[in-house]
Design a protein around this ligand. Structure first.
Ligand code: ASN
Length: 338
């Protein structure tokens, strides 16, 4: 094994260039990295760059891209001492979450980052994000995939994009960051504590496209917003974004009938709160107790992205409705607070 880092470039603003239609991903990132980072690369580990094909704006991400990223990491695992995934910020939290489950407690670092301004354009935050990722990617494994953005290292499955303008685009609302990367690296002391880290195995499963829906609740929700989930044979689960501590409009007969029918049709329903900070407290309010009666799965303080990816991944692994009812409460890789 070399002490090189492998950079997997998937697309996203960090590698975009200006076109007539606006910013778009472009090949040739290795050269742009060398042009932009120049001399400062001397203090950093050597690296190779693999560009995925096609390079995408991450708003076009699909489960096929997740597989392509995983397969690229897995097949290069033994040849590198650490990995950086360059990704668009729009759906980075979904990819980061799903990679956390796919990779599990991995014995090398996989650091996912990107930027708000492309490398090579003035004031690009891509420089500091990439430099910081290169500086730590080859260190002892943090025990799971991580996201590095704006001097902060966070658990991959706890982040949410919360700003479209700030350089600090991501927040980990319910889990302390793992480290602050200022002049010195300040590790927060949060222990991931995965003693049994391992190399990822070749993938033996595929994601079924369109298998998970998301239903945000809002006042006077029309039933047309959710009836389609029942009719759609591809849809096997939905993440229900509930109010506050996990409450639903239990006096809305259409919504209650829909949730009962989901249960009867063996389609999974997962309850996450719309609040970025906190989590569900199932049973605290009468308005939420229906969720317990219908064995709706508790998303606790998981992000939407982490809950969505978890059920997607469990379904991809071939688990049935009944198995997922049991497996759901396993804290697979620190996706919720115990
Ligand atoms: N639209 C871009 C993307 O997600 C946004 C970014 O990367 N900052 O690919």
């Amino acid at each position: 094994m070399t002490h090189k880092i492998l950079i997997v470039y998937t697309g996203g603003t960090i590698g975009m260039v200006q076109t007539e239609q606006g910013l778009a991903p472009a090949a040739g990132l290795n050269e742009r990295i060398h042009d932009t980072l120049g001399e400062s690369l001397q203090g950093l580990p050597e690296f190779d760059v693999i560009e995925l094909n096609p390079l995408i704006d991450s708003s076009n991400i699909t489960p096929d891209h997740w597989c392509k990223i995983y397969d690229t990491l897995q097949s290069n695992w033994q040849a590198y001492s650490g990995f950086i995934v360059l990704h668009g910020t729009d759906t980075l939290a979904y990819t980061a979450s799903v990679l956390s489950y796919m990779l599990g407690a991995c014995d090398k670092n996989v650091i996912i980052t990107g930027s708000q301004i492309p490398l090579g354009m003035s004031r690009s935050d891509g420089i500091s994000n990439l430099e910081a990722a290169l500086a730590i990617a080859g260190e002892e494994s943090f025990g799971m995939a991580t996201v590095l953005f704006h001097h902060t290292l966070m658990q991959a499955n706890r982040v949410t994009k919360f700003s479209s303008h700030d350089f600090a685009a991501f927040q980990s609302f319910n889990a302390e960051p793992l480290a602050k990367l200022s002049i010195h690296k300040q590790f927060t002391g949060v222990q991931l504590n995965h003693l049994l880290t391992h190399a990822p195995s070749p993938r033996d499963y595929d994601f079924a496209a369109n298998s998970v829906g998301v239903l945000p609740l809002y006042p006077s929700l029309p039933s047309s917003a959710y009836q389609g989930f029942l009719q759609d044979d591809q849809c096997q689960a939905i993440v229900l974004q509930t109010y506050g501590a996990g409450n639903i409009a239990d006096s809305n007969p259409d919504l209650v009938a829909f949730l009962e029918a989901m249960q009867a049709n063996k389609k999974l329903v997962i309850n996450v709160t719309q609040c970025a900070h906190g989590g569900t407290s199932t049973g605290a309010y009468a308005a939420g107790s229906l969720l317990e009666r219908l064995s709706i799965l508790d998303g606790k303080d998981m992000t939407l992205e982490a809950a969505f990816s978890k059920v997607h991944w469990l379904l991809a692994k071939g688990h049935s409705f009944n198995e997922i009812q049991t497996l759901w409460s396993d804290n697979i890789i620190g996706e919720y607070s115990c």
